[in-house]
Design a protein around this ligand. Structure first.
Ligand code: GLY
Length: 338
């Protein structure tokens, strides 16, 4: 449920994409046409059950540009898509970001449905309405909050997902263990995906536009983003976030916010997903610190999302945003996770 009482269904399961026509007909939408946006190699195709055209965008992160949005919107205009129709994004996070932003922009807003086919999209990108593209100056610098009307997470697509793509999502999944997801342990993958969606939906519903609480979804991401931004290490997003989770735990312990058992719990969870717990060989601490300072525009020390807040609340989550962490502490903890 979002502010203003809006809410949307998220369906998780094997073959969920095949239910698109049924679930679309159950929404309040009565579209005449669907613009289906996807990429080559996405293992799922959809049939909305009415007139549709498929628009294939380029592969990879390189597709997340304003020129892709322009090209899609021009195709929509030429075809005569209207606000009464629907955009359907079928793919991973790149597709849901691009499809969502094209939908948010065209005619000042066309409904969008996401059919998420990667673990990262299912537990993160497709949920919560963040859409956007990159600029040469940085990632996700242009975008909009545009909530989907319906999300289908087809777990059959995960069976053929390349190992490295799976690892992208596993880091996010590990993160949810500390955001109220202690019950994730030991569940089958499908149930884990559903539980992660539930946790993210709860956080987003409390703070759709990231005025406060939604920032906890960035747990593990301050160092994770710095590792990715530096571009020197051959690590997937989930691997960088995994190292960031262990770093955040060690930092919380150093600041006296959590005990050793809780740090060990972070390591156990991250290792349980077979993800790294140490900085990559040769990591340059000064470079990582410089990126982390820029990342959070820190005026006075660095800002992190850390464990050991006044909680745990009813949901077992004691993660919060903490500013003013001094550089020397941040540096010494980096050395500890080498
Ligand atoms: N991926 C973080 C968020 O959706 O807020």
């Amino acid at each position: 449920m979002l502010p203003g009482g809006r809410s949307y269904p998220v369906l998780v399961g094997r073959g969920a994409a095949g239910e698109l026509a049924v679930h679309l007909s159950e929404t309040a939408l009565q579209p005449r046409r669907a613009a289906v946006i996807t990429q080559e190699g996405i293992p799922i195709s959809v049939d909305p059950g009415f007139e549709h055209r498929v628009f294939t965008i380029p592969d990879g992160e390189a597709a997340k540009t304003l020129s892709t949005i322009e090209s899609l919107c021009r195709s929509f205009a030429e075809w005569g898509l209207t606000r009464g129709d629907v955009v359907v994004g079928v793919g991973g996070g790149v597709v849901t970001d691009v499809a969502g932003f094209a939908a948010a922009s065209f005619h000042r807003g066309v409904p969008v449905v996401h059919v998420a086919t990667t673990l990262l999209a299912q537990v993160d990108a497709a949920i919560g309405g963040k859409t956007g593209v990159n600029l040469p100056e940085g990632k996700n610098l242009v975008g909009a909050f545009w909530q989907p009307t319906l999300v289908l997470c087809d777990t059959a697509a995960l069976e053929t997902l390349p190992e490295r793509e799976l690892r992208c999502g596993l880091g996010e999944m590990a993160k949810y263990h500390f955001l109220g997801g202690r019950d994730l342990d030991g569940r089958p993958l499908e149930e884990r995906v559903a539980r992660c969606v539930e946790i993210k939906a709860e956080v987003v519903s409390a703070d759709e536009r990231e005025a406060g609480r939604r920032a906890i979804l960035n747990y593990g991401h301050t160092l994770g983003h710095a590792i990715e931004t530096s571009g020197r290490y051959d690590l997937r997003h989930g691997e960088a976030v995994a190292i960031g989770l262990v770093y955040a735990a060690e930092l919380s312990w150093t600041l006296g916010r959590i005990d050793e058992a809780r740090v060990a719990e972070h390591r156990r969870i991250v290792e349980g997903y077979d993800l790294p717990t140490h900085l990559p060989d040769g990591a340059d601490a000064e470079e990582l610190l410089a990126v982390m300072r820029r990342d959070k525009k820190a005026l006075d020390g660095l800002t992190f999302v850390l464990d050991g807040g006044s909680g745990p609340g009813a949901d077992g989550c004691s993660i919060e945003v903490v500013s003013g962490v001094d550089l020397e502490t941040a540096r010494s903890v980096l050395e500890r996770i080498r």
